[in-house]
Write a protein that binds this ligand. Structure first.
Ligand code: OGA
Ligand code: NI
Length: 352
């Protein structure tokens, strides 16, 4: 199938402002090579999706059973959904509403937050890394640092007027959930409950607000190509539009959005701390022909100077350390500069 080439491509910084000019086809810089396209018909959509863990029991007498379920999910899938996660419905709905309102603001208002400098702690950008990548991704995103909140909240967008207050409330709740999950994950590895939190040093919490506009040819491009998250653990809030796919037993599986659940995934740093017992798993985002999609991942990260290495207790149990120790800054730089692709950057940090 051949696509007509645009003779003049309007220069727009953000994809959201470009899409209205391309109603029938995607511009050539978004088209992936034929060997790297979503193959949308070859995706599992059955109910055999990632495990669902009910966190209700975490506070009571069933704690050890829930901890075990979380451990099994981290080991087998690297991804799971949680119900009864403790973040109030109005906080979740508010977060999704203000995200949508932000991306529907006039171009001139949104562009006040634009920057292609990844060192900026608050910035609106597009694709993944516009400075280094070959093919662009069908996404705009606002990235915010959010812990400690008071260090960053004053640089966040102030339009919509309730943005800072609503997003701050979501961030506080997301952090509480992460801390409960990190404790359970530590226990499931038979580590002290505070092991993971201590291993992450001062800790950092980043958030992306991803906006995936409707796309005329979803079969040619990605919202985000296959990647593993470089951080410790991610909590994903998604609106009602499907798009996230996870690689499970060699097949891409759609994670259907459910308003009552959040998606949790293990990042590369917990894979290292667990000495490969828990898996950081490939996932990707495909886009829709008819619907825009919003997702809000919270990335919980080590502080840049945290020294990451397999936990001694895990290693002592007869499993030699698979990785050497390294700082998160060292790892993250590699990740950012090389860009999103299927290769694992962890290979570089293997013990010799
Ligand atoms: C990410 C990611 C998934 C989504 O931002 O790292 O995997 O559904 N997002 O947007
Ligand atoms: Ni991701």
């Amino acid at each position: 199938m051949s696509s007509p080439m645009a003779t003049t491509v309007p220069t727009k910084v953000l994809l959201s402002d470009l899409v209205s000019s391309f109603v029938e086809y995607v511009p050539s810089n978004y088209i992936r090579p034929a060997s790297d396209r979503p193959d949308l018909l070859n995706v599992e959509t059955s109910d055999t999706t990632i495990p669902i863990v009910d966190l209700q029991g975490l506070a009571g007498t069933n704690r050890s059973r829930v901890v075990e379920e979380i451990g099994i999910a981290c080991e087998n899938d690297g991804f799971f959904q949680v119900t009864n996660h403790g973040i109030p419905k109005d906080v979740i709905e508010g977060m999704l509403r203000v995200a949508k309102e932000f991306f529907h603001l006039p171009e001139s208002e949104r562009l006040k937050s634009y920057s292609d400098d990844p060192a900026k702690t608050t910035r609106l950008s597009t694709s993944f890394n516009v400075k280094t990548e070959k093919a662009s991704s069908w996404r705009d995103y606002l990235r915010l640092h959010c812990y400690p909140l008071e260090n960053f909240v004053d640089e966040w967008p102030c339009n919509p007027p309730c943005f800072r207050q609503v997003v701050a409330e979501y961030c506080k709740n997301a952090r509480e959930l992460v801390l409960r999950l990190l404790e359970a994950i530590s226990e499931s590895l038979e580590l002290e409950g505070d092991y993971m939190v201590k291993a992450l040093g001062k800790q950092a919490q980043h958030m992306a607000i991803n906006y995936y506009p409707p796309c005329p040819q979803p079969e040619l491009t990605y919202g985000l190509p296959g990647h593993k998250d470089p951080n410790a653990i991610t909590i994903l809030l998604q609106d009602g539009v499907p798009g996230l796919q996870v690689l499970r037993k060699g097949k891409w599986v759609t994670v259907n959005p459910d308003p009552d659940t959040l998606v949790i995934n293990i990042g590369d740093m917990i894979q290292v701390l667990s000495n490969d017992r828990f898996k950081s798993v490939l996932h990707r985002v495909v886009v829709s022909k008819t619907s825009e999609r919003i997702s809000v991942p919270t990335f919980y990260c080590p502080s840049p100077d945290a020294l990451i290495k397999p936990a001694e207790v895990v290693v002592e149990k007869g499993h030699p350390p698979i990785y050497r120790s390294f700082t998160y800054a060292e790892y993250y730089e590699k990740f950012w500069n090389q860009g999103l692709q299927s290769a694992s950057w962890l290979d570089v940090f293997k013990a010799t």
